[in-house]
Design a protein around this ligand. Structure first.
Ligand SMILES: Cc1cc2nc3c(=O)[nH]c(=O)nc-3n(C[C@H](O)[C@H](O)[C@H](O)COP(=O)(O)O)c2cc1C
Length: 312
C-alpha cells in the first residue's frame, strides 16, 4: 500500500496456496533486464513489482551467431537464441543475491523437451531468492519434430502440467503470438494448472539486406519486439482476458504509462516492460510513476478498479 493511500498491489496467483502478491503491477520482461543485478546499479530495482530473469536452460547456452539484433521501424528483431548461464549457475550465483532483495524475482525457463523443462523446475524447487517460474513455451520441441510447444493446445498443456507437477512455485505460462487461436491455447494452459498467463513473446519476422540479397540476421529469422508489436499484443491480451479466469500479464511494446494503462484496461492485471529497458533503464520505473500519476489525477485509489474497464 502506498503511503498516500494509492493501492497498486496485485495478486498474480490467486489459485496458488501461497499466492504471488506484488506491491505494484510493473515487471521487467525476460531477456531485457539480465538477472536484475546489472540494472541494480542504475535504478532502484526494489521499487519494481517483479523482475523476470533471462531465459534459463538446463545447460549453459552460447546462443545464435552474430549478427542477431536488427533495428526495424518501431521495433527490434532479435535472434539471440537463449544465450544464458544455465540453471545451476543461476541457483549458485544469482539466487543468493536475489534472496536479499525485497522485489520478487521470477525465473523464466526454456527447454527443448518436456523432460528438460521438468528438470529445470525441479532444480529450482525450494531455491531461496526465487519467487516463481515463468514458462517460455515459444521453444521448438525436439521430440515433436521441432514444432514449438506454444503452438498447439495439447503441447502447451502437456508442458504446463508436467512442470506444475514438480514445482511448488507459482507458475506463469508465457504465450507465443505466432498461433492461429491464442484463446484455445490460453484455456488449455489454464486447465493444465497455470497460475497466470503472460503474453506476448516476440512476433516472428525477418529483414533483408538488399545490397547482399540476404537476411540481416545470421539465423535468417528473428523475433520482433518493441512499439511495433504493441497493438498486436494489446489485442491478444484483450481476447485472452475475455475467456480465462486467471490473471493475464500484458507485454509487448510497453514504453510508457499510457501503454501500460491500455493493457490494464484491456484486461491485464500486471504488465512487463521489455525492449524499452534496452534504451532507457528507467523505463519500468517511469511506467510505474506514470500509473500513479494517472490514478491520483483521476481519483482512482485501487489499481484493480482499472483492470478490464475497456472489456466490451
Ligand atoms: C533481446 C531479447 C531477448 C529476449 N529473451 C527472452 C527470453 O529469454 N525468454 C522469453 O520468454 N522472452 C524473451 N524475450 C521476449 C520479451 O520478454 C518480450 O516478451 C518481448 O520482447 C515483447 O515485449 P517488448 O516489446 O516490451 O520487448 C526477449 C526479447 C528481447 C528483445
Amino acid at each position: 500500500m502506498e503511503s498516500n493511500s494509492l493501492n497498486l498491489g496485485i495478486q498474480l496467483a490467486p489459485r496458488h496456496p501461497e499466492g504471488l502478491m506484488l506491491d505494484n503491477p510493473v515487471m521487467t520482461a525476460s531477456g531485457t533486464f539480465g538477472y536484475g543485478i546489472e540494472y541494480s546499479e542504475l535504478i532502484d530495482i526494489q521499487k519494481l513489482g517483479a523482475i523476470i530473469c533471462k531465459g534459463t536452460t538446463l545447460m549453459p547456452r552460447k546462443g545464435n551467431p552474430q549478427p542477431r539484433l536488427v533495428e526495424t521501424v518501431g521495433g527490434l528483431l532479435n535472434s539471440v537464441g537463449l544465450e544464458n548461464i544455465g540453471v545451476d549457475a543461476v541457483i549458485r550465483d544469482k539466487a543468493p543475491i536475489w534472496a536479499n532483495w525485497r522485489v520478487p524475482v521470477i525465473v523464466n525457463i526454456a527447454g527443448e523437451t518436456i523432460d528438460e523443462y521438468v528438470s529445470i523446475a525441479a532444480k529450482l524447487e525450494d531455491t531461496p531468492g526465487v519467487s516463481g517460474i515463468e514458462l517460455n513455451i515459444s521453444c521448438p520441441n525436439i521430440s515433436a519434430g521441432g514444432i514449438e510447444f506454444g503452438v498447439t493446445p495439447r503441447l502447451a498443456a502437456e508442458v504446463t502440467s508436467a512442470v506444475k507437477a514438480v514445482t511448488s512455485f507459482p507458475l506463469i505460462v508465457k504465450l507465443s503470438p505466432n498461433v492461429t487461436d491464442i484463446k484455445e491455447i490460453a484455456l488449455a494452459v489454464e486447465r493444465a494448472g497455470a497460475d497466470a498467463i503472460s503474453l506476448i513473446n516476440t512476433v516472428k519476422g525477418m529483414v533483408i539486406d538488399i545490397s547482399k540479397g540476404e537476411s540481416r540476421l545470421e539465423s535468417i529469422t528473428g523475433g520482433l519486439s518493441g512499439p511495433a508489436i504493441k497493438p498486436v499484443a494489446l489485442y491478444l491480451v484483450y481476447e485472452v482476458a475475455k475467456v480465462i479466469h486467471i490473471p493475464v500479464i500484458g507485454c509487448g511494446g510497453i514504453c510508457c504509462a499510457a501503454d501500460a494503462l491500455g493493457f490494464i484496461m484491456a484486461g491485464a492485471s500486471a504488465v512487463q516492460v521489455g525492449t524499452a529497458n534496452l534504451t532507457n533503464p528507467h523505463a519500468a520505473l517511469d511506467v510505474l510513476e506514470g500509473i500513479k500519476y494517472f490514478m491520483r489525477d483521476r481519483g482512482i485509489q485501487k489499481l484493480t478498479d482499472l483492470i478490464s474497464v475497456a472489456q466490451a
